[in-house]
Design a binder for this molecule. Sequence first.
Ligand code: PEP
Ligand code: MG
Length: 875
Amino acid sequence: MDKPTTYVHTFAEGDRTMAALLGGKGAGLAEMTRLGLPVPPGFTVTTEACTAYLATGQEPDGLGVEVARALAGLERATGRTLGDAEDPLLVSVRSGARFSMPGMMDTVLDIGLNDVSVTALAKASGRERFAWDSYRRLVQMFGHTVMGVDGGLFEAAMTGRELDAAELVALVEEFKDIIRKETGEEFPQDPGEQLVRAIRAVFDSWNGERARVYRHREHIADDLGTAVNVQAMVYGNLGPDSGTGVAFTRDPATGERGLYGDYLPDAQGEDVVAGVRDAVPLAELKTHVPRAHTELAGHLETLEDHYRDLCDVEFTVERGRLWILQTRIGKRTAEAAFRIAHDLREERTISADEALARVDGTELTRLMFPRFATRPGAAPLAHGLPASPGAAVGVAVFDSAEAVRRAAAGERTVLVRRETVPDDLPGMIAAEAVLTSRGGKTSHAAVVARGMGKVCVCGAESVTVDPDARLLTTADGTVVREGDTLSVDGTAGTVHLGALPLTASDVTRALETGTATGPLTEAVLGALAHADSVRRLEVRANADTPEDAARARALGAQGIGLCRTEHMFLGERRSLVEAMILARDDTARERALAALLPLQRADFTGILKAMDGLPVTIRLLDPPLHEFLPDRTALAVRLATAKHPDVRDRELLDAVERLHEQNPMLGLRGVRLGLAVPGLMAMQVRAVAEAVARRLRDGGRPRAEIMVPLVGTAEELRLACAETARVLAEVSAETGLPMDLPIGTMIELPRAALIAGQLAETADFFSFGTNDLTQTAWGLSRDDAEASFFPLYLEKGVLTASPFETIDEEGVGRLVELAVTFGRLANARLETGVCGEHGGDPASIRFFHRAGLTYVSCSPFRVPVARLEAGRATL
Ligand code: PEP
Ligand code: MG
């Protein structure tokens, strides 16, 4: 056909590697064309044309000529002319960005129809009603999408009408009137003008509200632009040997092998995606059009072999002839991702590394979420299709805005709709689960929910949803109103009234106790085993109790990277801590510390036992002391209102006032506390050393390490280490046992990172407390900022992610890299780890791997995720 051009490529010219330029859809169409699959011919206008248009508000020079040339080529290839009065070529104009954004941008179909060509189409197809309905669709879509007319006006004009051919002729006139009235313009009869304006409208839809919200959530850059695919129309609504559908090479919900999909006889593609009519299982295509089914199965096999992954296609059967309209590497649930990667590896289609690359920590987290405990006798309120797995409880809401409003107030919601439309996206993001009464597993609700990992049950047909009255009614007449609690099981496809109890997932049980088996758990364990075999980063856990330590170990932790001893100062021990704080003299303080010693010793003994043979990093007390005392205002009120004020309360209030600080996070805490409160550090070190002695005597292999928090100067660390070494020597002398415990420091202040070389002269290890390091490097309160102005910052693009969640590589990350470099220069044997929240965050783990840390430490539940991501970081 035509020579390659700058802004326009025919399908025959491109290939799968060109997704940045042609968009995902355009690259897929090109690749299928190369593979010889039956793709209706067409061409793609590139993303570069779109970005050029969006930058200037005008089509770039030459685009018009290139489109005209490509159209001429298309006309030659099909032997028809756009909008011809005898035998018209009709085209679709569809968006197609580099990353899939299902339903978020605009599409215009049936371009080329006008008052004349509609008659030709009626004649050519032998179906008058079909032709006029197509024209009706064009005028409606064009009027709304291109000319900006409120879509509700068209809907209103259609309601309650019996749309036979004569009515449709009348309706088209009415639609044209609506356009005239609303815009002062005529619906354009010139097919060339229709095409140019439709392309422009698709460009514009890149910046539409829906598309922007979606990109933001999916972290897709705003400046990529969309490509536009112009393709010869084929029709699935030409009778019983026509139809349309979606097919997958494997089940995208469970990952099970074998063809899977939906088919809608005698219908157009939009009807499937919009969930307007309920589809039948793909297998039924066999009875409707057997040859098309066989051909489709063959093409799907070709595609999966070619892409070596789950593929999905949209297809249309036009009077018995199969056309493939789109293919993609299919979106899938977390469960399917693990199973498909595992199966493809077993089938030797992909390597173990590739299989590992195809799953991620976010998906694993999803699989570790709880499910509903089956409650005998509790009949579901309704059944629907299990569109996106998992379990969720929330109150029913009936529109997107309400879901957003309640979520902002901290309430969990279930968004209930007849069917969802792209405008429901904010509500779907805000809700815990989505329930629809109409639509199949490939309806908008199902596709979007799956993509987001949100629980979804769709097509619960026995439910009648009344959004105006804000209620739903079930088949047996049960009424659920806004605010009533629902439990939605996206795995079983059921909805229950009230809050059902949740139980641990099979994956979590398999990981923790090995008691669950099945294809999914096998796939997850396989991926983790490979990750463990390739990763360099060790994974430890943050745990403060023997129970958490045991759990973490079962989940694969290779030790404890952070044991926060302050958690042992709470509960009934609070009075002992109070006594220590209130002590008027050394004797009273020593007495209080002596009472705490055996309790701490018992804690450490339990933890060392649970982690026998593995390192346990115990951090000395960190938070400001006032955190262990009652609230200042409450205490003052109690004293002021008591008939006989308690002497102890007065003492407490004095202490609270003495210890009060404007900025306690920057105050008397961390190592400063250890140096300021006589005997505190010594008591804690002694408790650790005595616990080690006990474990040694019991034949254990305790590997305790002592960690000093919030260090800012080398002298602080030297003083803390000297005191620690003194107590260790003392206990060693008393017990006759060696006490050469590693002593290290946390790096939680920018200054500590900058003087890391000096610190490493004293420290055996560094552990990056990235929570405090982020707080102090940014000057942001870790307790307040996320709830306060972060939403605004995220919306304005000042931040793309919370730096408390994902490491800020260029700022805080730079401090980490500096400290590792300086630290290792001064002390070649220095171990380095991270124990802030970032230690369990997938993106951050990749960074820590690159930074060359020894280990990451995270909460027990995130240990498997960290193992997986540490493995993936090496690929
Ligand atoms: C940190 O600051 O990152 C850390 C692990 O300590 P904490 O969260 O206890 O302050
Ligand atoms: Mg800290």
